[in-house]
Design a protein around this ligand. Structure first.
Ligand code: EPU
Length: 291
């Protein structure tokens, strides 16, 4: 056992319950800190032991393979707290994005309506610059606080290189764990915010499947038809490996209908990519991160 209090870290913990696709092996160690101070203790130990680590927010955009993870998975979803100050809000990394969006709408703070119904935590949403056609994190983000190997730092949004579903934190150019996020919103009538929220949720229910999934598997190409359309035209809807199935509602979604077998999902992702390459000559880039 590491030289850490037992309440900070657990050994050999299955990861499938922590991801929205509900597949994957076990983490050698899983840390679930409730406070920044606990997280700092764990991070210092990881640095000292030179252990590999992976940060897990809501687990809605990552897949762990059958072998799980050989080092420490740090789950940030217990880091909670929301502080409102006028049209600014400071949110801890572990808050659920969708719940935050709903709360802001009811407070008459507009800017995050697009995030209603999007799974995942606020920290994860920053790392991948989560978004939809109606908006993204980059548009509302002011700065973030991160834990780096040299301590806690505040990072302005301009220095994060946020792009379409990416950031310096995602590419690894910046090493750090998001602790909290400062957002700038604007005032509107709560009724108007809630009306937009309802329209967005209605449209999402019509076009995207419910069930265990990781959202869109592939990014949209920079030009030309979106990935969902390419996958649909390549006949991917309904393809299946084991219990992993390409949604019949949206061809860029895989729905896991039961097993915890990551290999099936990975094989299906390969099959989808190959079909689009063969039929359209386009190599789709993965949005979901495979660890
Ligand atoms: N389409 C098809 N067949 C399909 C799916 C889509 O023909 O199976 C067509 C649609 O009819 C539409 C076009 O493709 O004409 C685009 O589809 P959609 O409106 O569903 O949007 P998308 O580009 O597939 C993007 C984001 C979603 C986000 C929606 C709504 C990406 C990769 N996807 O999807 O984000 O929710 O817009 O704003 O950027 C995610 O990132 O995980 C995600 C789900």
């Amino acid at each position: 056992m590491p030289n850490l209090p037992a309440n900070l870290i657990a050994e050999n913990v299955p990861l499938w319950p922590l991801t929205s696709m509900r597949v994957g092996g076990a983490a050698r160690w899983l840390a679930n800190p409730n406070t920044v101070s606990d997280l700092s203790t764990i991070f210092a130990w990881i640095q000292e032991q030179r252990l590999p680590h992976a940060v897990l927010g809501g687990g809605s955009n990552v897949l762990f393979g059958e072998g799980g993870f050989p080092g420490v998975v740090i789950c940030t979803r217990q880091l909670k707290g929301i502080r409102l100050n006028g049209t600014s809000v400071v949110v801890a990394a572990g808050e659920r994005l969708s719940e935050l969006a709903k709360e802001l709408n009811r407070s008459g703070l507009s800017g995050l309506e697009w995030a209603c119904g999007i799974p995942g935590t606020v920290g994860g949403a920053v790392v991948m610059n989560a978004g939809t056609r109606d908006g993204d994190m980059a548009a509302v983000l002011e700065n973030i606080q991160i834990l780096t190997p040299s301590g806690v730092r505040r990072w302005p949004v301009e220095d994060l290189k946020l792009g379409y579903r990416t950031s310096d934190l995602r590419t690894g150019c910046l090493e750090g764990i998001v602790l909290e996020v400062a957002l700038k919103l604007h005032r509107d009538e709560p009724a108007h915010c809630i009306q937009r929220e309802e329209l967005i949720l209605k449209s999402r229910r019509k076009t995207q499947p419910l069930g265990a999934s990781s959202g869109c598997i592939f990014k949209n190409p920079e030009t030309g038809p979106p990935a969902g359309m390419l996958l649909d035209r390549a006949g991917c809807k309904g393809l299946r490996v084991g219990t992993a199935t390409v949604s019949t509602l949206h061809a860029n979604f895989i729905v896991n209908e039961g097993s915890q077998n990551a290999a099936d999902v990975l094989a299906l992702i390969d099959c989808m990519r190959t079909r689009v390459l063969e039929q359209h000559g386009i190599t789709l880039r993965q949005e979901v991160k495979v660890i």
